[in-house]
Design a protein around this ligand. Structure first.
Ligand SMILES: [Cu+2]
Length: 260
């Protein structure tokens, strides 16, 4: 059923839960589509003009219609109560502790995703809108001691596998939407707000490439909100690394920070 629906591959710990819900909703829609379609055909024949030359203002009466409506409503309420609301509650109420997560800031702008790592000290440095420039899209204040080791990577989000990722999401200009399809993550990025989003990646990019037999496969960061003329090219990449590869990558980024 999943491949039939054309869903992207799943690579986070909660992806199965979301997919199960999507599948259940589609089953319900399939039943409704067939049911309503059959009813429509029945009505076309049953109430045809030839057999009913005179319109009946009272209309047809029957119990089936009402009980069907009630049954559909019950299924919908069950989907909400047992699947949608509990899944959502985990997303928005059970955030991982910052000490146990990879914490990053992601700031959307027309038309890029700026990723900010706190560096080895684990403290995000001060940022200032007045310092924002082409070379410093996040406006990181390098004179702040906490900012000395901060890393800023445009359109490149690297995270280690198997560990919660906590993203503090924001935007510099208009409303964007942070979409990681393989992680089943989507959240609006709104200027003036820092919105936390979290997920646990379960398959590294390298493993996924091998699994799919596609050596150039990458997890993408898509902007899921029409945010301006360049919206189509607002595309970043998420790389899920093994713990060692992630450490190496961070170390490489740190090296680039050192004054040349
Ligand atoms: Cu956008």
């Amino acid at each position: 059923m999943l491949s039939l629906l054309g869903l992207p591959v799943a690579a986070s710990s909660h992806a199965g839960e979301i997919d199960q819900m999507i599948v259940l909703v589609h089953w319900l829609m399939l039943v409704l589509f067939i049911g309503w379609g059959a009813f429509f055909l029945f009505v076309l024949v049953r109430f045809r003009r030839k057999a009913n030359p005179k319109a009946d203002y009272a209309g047809a009466k029957g119990k089936i219609a009402k009980s069907t409506e009630v049954a559909v409503a019950i299924v919908e309420v069950a989907l909400l109560l047992f699947y949608a609301i509990p899944a959502w509650a985990t997303r928005v109420r059970q955030f991982p502790a910052e000490s146990e997560a990879t914490v990053v800031r992601v700031v959307g702008e027309q038309f890029a995703w700026n990723v900010h790592y706190a560096g080895p000290d684990g403290k995000f440095g001060r940022t200032d809108v007045n310092l924002v420039s082409a070379d410093n899209p996040l406006g990181i204040d390098r004179t702040d001691p906490n900012a000395a080791d901060d890393i800023s990577t445009p359109n490149q989000l690297h995270v280690p596998v198997g560990r919660p990722v906590l993203v503090h999401l924001s935007s510099k200009d208009v409303i964007h939407s942070f979409g990681l399809y393989e992680m089943r993550v989507k959240q609006d990025a709104i200027p003036g707000m820092q919105i936390p989003v979290w997920f646990i990646p379960t398959i590294t990019t390298k493993e996924m490439r091998a699994k799919l037999g596609k050596p150039d496969f990458d997890y993408e960061i898509a902007c899921s909100q029409l945010c301006g003329l360049g919206h189509y090219r607002m595309r970043g990449f998420l790389t899920v690394d093994s713990a060692e590869d992630f450490t190496t990558w961070i170390a490489d980024q740190e090296k680039e920070l050192k004054p040349k």
